[in-house]
Design a protein around this ligand. Structure first.
Ligand code: NAP
Length: 259
């Protein structure tokens, strides 16, 4: 049976849990050999175990995406193992170190979030693009957020980093489009992962068009679409996968019946 990613090699960061794990499993099921990267190797190894359970091919790699040497090493490890790189999914991210309004944020907390969420995406692109150019094609996908499209209080570095990721993807799309590289951002809404366990029970899902949280597997389907030739003319886009949350302004007043 022909699969969507037969003969392709993918590298996915933040793949030891949540969206990264679900995407690793799906891309492997569609034939990709996957470099499963996380800063916690046990998480990456568990993802590889899940992939191998279904006859997929993957290796676990420990890397902190904010560290230059780690990122260079993770790319080289995948290329050494599988001989090429076709798909980079920059997905590792953190929401905040400490939540605070902007004036109360520490510089250290700002730098930590920006270094993982933005510098990490830049480093991934920097070291992966030369390998994609060798193939004359490739797909880069980065996880932004609805907070890259809209603001939220107390997480300024998260919002700033996720907005910057969108424009970084557009820039890469513009720079390398004629050499066959596509670059897109995905903007998840509320997805049930380790990142959201704390606040999902308190979230009012009436503010979201579809009235529910999303699952990591629902983001993974968009990752697969962007990774495969099904999206061959799609680049420089920021795609909300958020149950309709970012599509709507809730009207902040009590309108009379029938208005
Ligand atoms: P998650 O389950 O916490 O996954 C994030 C993964 O990234 C974890 O395995 C984490 O490892 C890893 N990671 C953190 N810092 C890293 C670093 N410096 N280097 C390498 N790996 C690192 O959360 P998730 O929801 O799947 O998040 C994935 C992406 O989706 C993030 O970029 C996040 O901002 C974005 N996102 C999530 C939501 C949501 O509602 N869940 C919404 C919008 C956007 P450890 O935790 O073990 O350190």
């Amino acid at each position: 049976m022909v699969k969507k990613l037969d003969d392709k090699v993918a590298l996915i960061t933040g793949a030891g849990s949540g969206i990264g794990r679900a995407s690793s499993v799906l891309l492997a099921r569609e034939g990709a050999r996957v470099g499963v990267v996380d800063n916690v190797i046990e998480g990456a190894e568990e993802t590889v175990r899940l992939i191998k359970n279904t006859e997929g091919e993957a290796i676990a790699i420990k890397a902190d995406v904010s560290v230059v040497a780690d990122v260079e090493n993770m790319i080289n490890t995948v290329v050494d193992a599988y001989g090429r790189l076709d798909i980079l999914f920059n997905n590792a991210g953190i929401s905040a170190v400490n939540r605070a309004f902007t004036a109360e944020l520490s510089v250290e907390d700002w730098d930590t979030v920006i270094n993982i969420n933005l510098r990490g995406v830049f480093l991934g692109c920097k070291f992966a693009i030369p390998h994609l150019l060798k193939n004359g094609r490739g797909s880069i996908i980065s996880t932004s957020s609805v907070n890259g499209l809209r603001a939220a209080t107390t997480i300024a570095p998260y919002c700033a980093s996720k907005a910057a990721v969108i424009n970084l993807m557009r820039t890469v799309a513009a720079e390398y489009g004629q050499q066959g590289i596509r670059a897109n951002a995905i903007c998840p809404g509320v997805i049930e992962t380790g990142m959201t366990t704390d606040f999902v029970p308190f979230f009012d899902f009436n503010f979201i068009g579809q009235g529910r949280a999303g699952q990591p597997e629902e983001i993974a389907q968009t990752v697969l679409f962007l990774a495969s030739d099904d999206s061959s003319y799609l680049t420089g886009a920021a795609i909300p996968v958020d149950g309709g949350w970012s599509a709507e302004f809730k009207i902040p007043m009590n309108l009379p019946e029938g208005f």
